[in-house]
Ligand binder design. Sequence first.
Ligand code: AMP
Ligand code: MG
Length: 481
Amino acid sequence: MTPQAASPVSLGTRYATELSELVVPWKAAEASDPRLLMLNEPLAAELGLDADHLRGEEGVRLLTGTAVPEGATPVAQAYAGHQFGGYSPRLGDGRALLLGELPDGRDLHLKGSGRTPFARGGDGLAAVGPMLREYLISEAMHALGVPTTRSLAVVATGNTVYRETPLPGAVLARVAASHLRVGTFQFARSTGDDEVLRRLADHAIARHHPHAADAENPYLELYASVVRDQARLVARWMLLGFIHGVMNTDNTTISGETIDYGPCAFMDAFDPATVFSSIDTGGRYAYANQPPVLQWNLARFAETLVPLVAPDQDEAVRLLTEVLGTFPELYQRAWTAGMRDKLGLPADTPDAQANELIEDLSRLLNATRPDYTGFFRALGAAADGDTAPVREHVGVLAEDWLTRWRALGPARGSMDRVNPLYIPRNHLVEEALDAATAGDMGPFTELLVVVTDPYTERPGRERYSRPAPPDAAPHVTYCGT
Ligand code: AMP
Ligand code: MG
């Protein structure tokens, strides 16, 4: 027997074995000419993975799923989901695989790794542009302090993907607390087997909400904990002007992380009705609709937990409804706290005064529609007495508001740590992805540097903080690209 070199990556099979009813063991498609485009070295180090190994032939084969460590069991995960309000009983990983759990308990997952039994009509593939887009935006979100899945690598496969035009194919290697979604619970519930549902809930509690195990009613506490985490998450999105774009229940996690960066984008000029996704013609997932849509998704989650929460169905519904009813206040509290930070308000500012100022600011933003990110960053300078940049955004309408705000003694230092200077602006993202698709990774790498250090001003990088030119075409995003 020839001795085999031990793989430096070890992948657990916890989900595949504990929830075998919810997975299909599967293999990734071959990549004809794999080439590593991006490797997230800081994340690799955090995970205890050897970057040099990942860059090598065996590492790249791992990152495309074509060679996995001994004992690993790659699986396609089953889930259901409400998409734009309509229920699909069988979605699942159509073009993705869970490779397994990393030593710290997080999932290593691939996107674009070929057709699976859940592919329906899809080709199972992904193009370089959209996978780099997820890499960039998820890493920017992480740098902005938002709970999110992370991106470990993008490998160009050498295969061609056919969309409107032939495009270079790619696989994204993603790291997430888990890939449990509201849609996973919907799928488990639809099996009619409460034992599977209970095992899924126990798995979710153990991985993400361990305190719930000690609660009087662990499954009700699981629900309350997800409601809390998701309320905080969507508040973070709103404070940053982030629009997820496809808040289907299969894209709402149980861990409270942001997942699936398809048609997402950051709002440019403030407008509550902003929608970027080409298919969201009704504006279901528009900026201002995100909190109520999330609450709707959490109601779908509650429905799945009914058999676990109480033996009497009416009692279970009553208990879950009561918890769901706390969502608006939890959201409002998280958003208001974040807005107080964005305005640099001293901690002792009375709530009534802060709330009035925030409400007046909402009216001001609605009336003037400034560049959302630029406006808040400019407020930092105004806290220091230089109101010219803010006036550039909102004109004279802000005079009275600025006077009242400044009288409260806002502190610039803390504001500049919560109001980013650099976000992945749509026109810059498009420019970087077009170049990458044509083979030039330079603009992508440059943009990644600024958006992953979003609060630090960099002389010479002014174009990265400026809004799109006024004659730029409206930004349109696409799902499942
Ligand atoms: P998403 O919009 O990326 O959240 O995907 C929604 C569903 O469509 C998931 O079940 C995906 O696995 C599936 N899907 C998206 N694109 C493809 C594709 N090209 N091939 C197969 N399945 C896909
Ligand atoms: Mg999805």
